[in-house]
Structures are given as structure tokens and as C-alpha cells.
Design a protein around this ligand. Sequence first.
Ligand SMILES: C[S@@+](CC[C@H](N)C(=O)[O-])C[C@H]1O[C@@H](n2cnc3c(N)ncnc32)[C@H](O)[C@@H]1O
Length: 244
Amino acid sequence: MVLTVVGLGPGDPELITLKGMRAIEAADLVFAPASRDRGDSLALRMAEPWIDASRQQVIELTLAMTRDTAESGPFYAAAAEQIAAAFAACAETTRQDAIRGVYLLLGDPLLYGTFAAIGRALRTSAPDIAVEIAPGVTSFAAVAARTQMTLGSGDGRVAIVPASTTMNAADLQRLLADFETLVLMKAGRALPHILDALDELNILDAALFAERVGMPEEEIVWDVRTLRGQRRSYLSLVIVQRGR
Ligand SMILES: C[S@@+](CC[C@H](N)C(=O)[O-])C[C@H]1O[C@@H](n2cnc3c(N)ncnc32)[C@H](O)[C@@H]1O
């Protein structure tokens, strides 16, 4: 029994890997995370072209997309149980052990992905399910490609940091003392704080904003001053580059 964790890339269907696409097509079971608050699964929508619901079982796993681990933990544990139960049921119905499943997620699976916690629970509860990873194009790689921004060259240091609503000018200054390029992930809700901090340091021009890259609603904003007072969706990031 094998579960392949497939990074679907940022949203552009052309940016899924062949390995990921083939794993989806070959799967008996397709698992996709769905947000408790929004209900639907963006990963599932993205992977639709490669899924055949007439021969594959599609299972949405409800997760709490929150940084509060006490709140999200039980959802991850329940998701691991659902995965284990689906594998067991499929093995029993088909009377064979070689069941293949995929777990879908955006970007690369090992970068702030939902599978890390599920995988830990699964290793304990269902050690007979082997886990493989099909890496994916990260959101910031897609932004860099889209904008032709070199993220790092020579000795340039690059940091990937989850933004938070407590991020302030001192935090940014500290990071920019150590890194030439900062990729601020999860920037939607934190955007006003990020912009205040950039303004305080007088480096608004060093930042680039990108939302839903690779999707039909993609937006790339070079002049982040125009975003003052706005909060954006979860699928947003800011790249700050010293001396840009
Ligand atoms: C939970 S993390 C997942 C990251 C993902 N595994 C990756 O490799 O990019 C979610 C964050 O990734 C970024 N992100 C993911 N997809 C994006 C997209 N299409 N456009 C812009 N940012 C995106 C946003 O910063 C978002 O808050």
C-alpha cells in the first residue's frame, strides 16, 4: 500500500510534474484537504483534469487551517484515521494489497503543507502504508518565474518566512540584515502589518506582492503602496529584496 503525497504546484495546471500527474492517474484513492471554514478543496479542483471519479474513490479530509495546534491536531488525527480506513476498506473490497493512494496539496508538499502532521499520525496508526513524496513547484518559484525576479544569486541569502500579524519593522530589519531576499508566505491577513513595517523602514519599493499566482485570478502588484488598508486572501505572498 502506497500513499504518494503530490505537490500540485501553485495553481497553473501546466506546472504539475509528470510524476505527480501519473501518481494521480494511477491512484485507487484520492485524498484532498478541505478547509473546515471554506468547505471545498482547492487542491481537488486543481487536480480535476487527472481524476476519474468513475474508477477512483475521492475523499475530502476536513482540516482546520489554523496555527493553533490544539485546535488543528484532532483534525489531522481524524484525517490520518480516514486515510487508514479507506486503504483497509479498499484492500478488502478488491482483495488485494497493492492499493495506491494520493494526497493532494498545493505547491510543494514539504513546505508548510498539511501532510506533515497527518504523516506523523499515519506512521503510528498505519505503518503498513508506505509514503512517497512527489515534489511540486513552490508558490514563490512560480512568482519568481512570472516576474523574472532572481531570488538568489552568487552568495545572496534567501529566507522563507511565514508572515504573522505581529510582524513589525524590527523583525523585518533583523531579517534584512541577514538575508538579501525575504519570501514572506501567508501574507494575506498580515499584509497591513507588513506594509506598515516596510513603510517605517522606508523600503516599500523593495517589495512585490503576489496573489493566486498561476490561477485565473492571479494578481501581481509591483507598487505595494496601492495595497494600503487591504487584507488579501490566504494565497498571497510578499517578496522583499534589499536594494530592489
Ligand atoms: C500553507 S502554505 C503552502 C505553501 C505551498 N506548499 C508552496 O509550496 O508554496 C500557503 C501559503 O503559500 C503561498 N501560496 C500558495 N499558493 C500560492 C499562489 N498560487 N500564489 C501566491 N501564494 C501562494 C501563500 O503565501 C500561502 O499563504
